[in-house]
Design a protein around this ligand. Structure first.
Ligand code: SAM
Length: 284
């Protein structure tokens, strides 16, 4: 029920990010019931509507025309119209146009009703195996290398889990920059083509993500990606005595880094992870 007299309602309607079954019953109902649908790409949204046998009026609303369209849509809403906002995929406004329209709706006391639904960032995060208690969403990294590296550098000590969107064109360069600016040992998860046929979610330390991407050319030629980076972890104040370092150094001469850390940690009864991080920091 619309509690605000004489004004319409703007519905924020998420749509599938691949698998059409991910649309909600409520989204279908709203897309049927509203007076018009503001969409990023009419052709794209028409395919969705046809699939669900929905007939409605579509109006183009994208990053190139949103400023002009805001006033038109606000007028329609003030005249009591119900409008659904959709983007090409996922939750509108999340790296898609719309927040300025919503801001105007708030200013003019027009009701805004968000529907829950698909969003690549949150779907990827839920399957990342990385802590979700605190996270930040960074959207697309800058396309210019220097700006991208500066931003990544500024995030080196970010403790929250970080979520990025990345295109197939830049995925290799971006992972290289993450290795250089954040570190080769930071845990990263790549969520590709979520909900689609070739969906894959792969996690490993940054230096091993790069060969994984390169081993299959589809991974850098095709598809959509979300990158999730584990937050910065302060090295615990552990007591790494000379005795421990001696053991490690001797073992390291004949064993791999992983094996040396493992055996040293067993001999001295200390945390394997803490020792690993300490050793990596010293080596770097
Ligand atoms: N509004 C959308 C949302 O809610 O996720 C995001 C739109 S943004 C313009 C498009 C980017 O989202 C893609 O470049 C990719 O990084 C990410 N993305 C969208 N669909 C995806 C999918 N199925 N798998 C992985 N990433 C996806």
């Amino acid at each position: 029920m619309n509690l605000l007299k004489n004004t319409g309602t703007l519905y924020i309607v998420p749509t599938p990010i691949g698998n059409l079954l991910d649309i909600t019953y409520r989204a279908i109902e709203i897309l049927q019931e509203v007076n018009l649908i503001a969409c990023e790409n009419i052709k794209h949204t028409n395919i969705l509507l046809q699939h669900f046998n929905i007939k409605n009026i579509l109006i183009s609303f994208n990053k190139n025309n949103e400023i002009q369209k805001n006033n038109i849509l606000v007028k329609e809403l003030q005249n009591g119209k119900k409008i659904a906002l959709v983007s090409n995929a996922g939750t509108p406004v999340i790296n898609d146009p719309g927040y300025l329209l919503i801001k105007q709706c708030h200013l003019f006391n027009i009701k805004v009703i968000p529907l829950p639904g698909p969003c690549a960032a949150i779907t990827a995060l839920s399957a990342s195996g990385i802590s979700t208690n605190r996270f930040c969403y960074e959207g697309f990294l800058p396309s210019k290398k220097k700006t991208r590296c500066n931003l990544l550098h500024s995030l080196k000590k970010e403790e929250r889990t970080m979520i990025f969107y990345e295109t197939k064109y830049r995925i290799i360069e971006t992972i290289k920059d993450i290795i250089n600016e954040i570190g080769q040992n930071r845990h990263i998860v790549i969520a590709r083509e979520i909900t689609k046929k070739w969906e894959v979610i792969y996690g490993n330390k940054a230096s091993l993500i790069l060969p994984w991407i390169k081993e299959d050319k589809n991974r850098f030629n095709k598809g959509e990606n979300v990158i999730i980076i584990d937050g910065y972890k302060e090295l615990k104040n552990i007591n790494i005595s000379d005795k421990i370092i001696n053991t490690f150094t001797i073992l390291r001469k004949i064993l791999s880094l992983k094996e040396s850390v493992f055996i040293t940690s067993k001999i001295h009864k200390i945390s394997k992870n803490n020792l690993y991080q300490y050793v990596i920091k010293k080596i770097k």
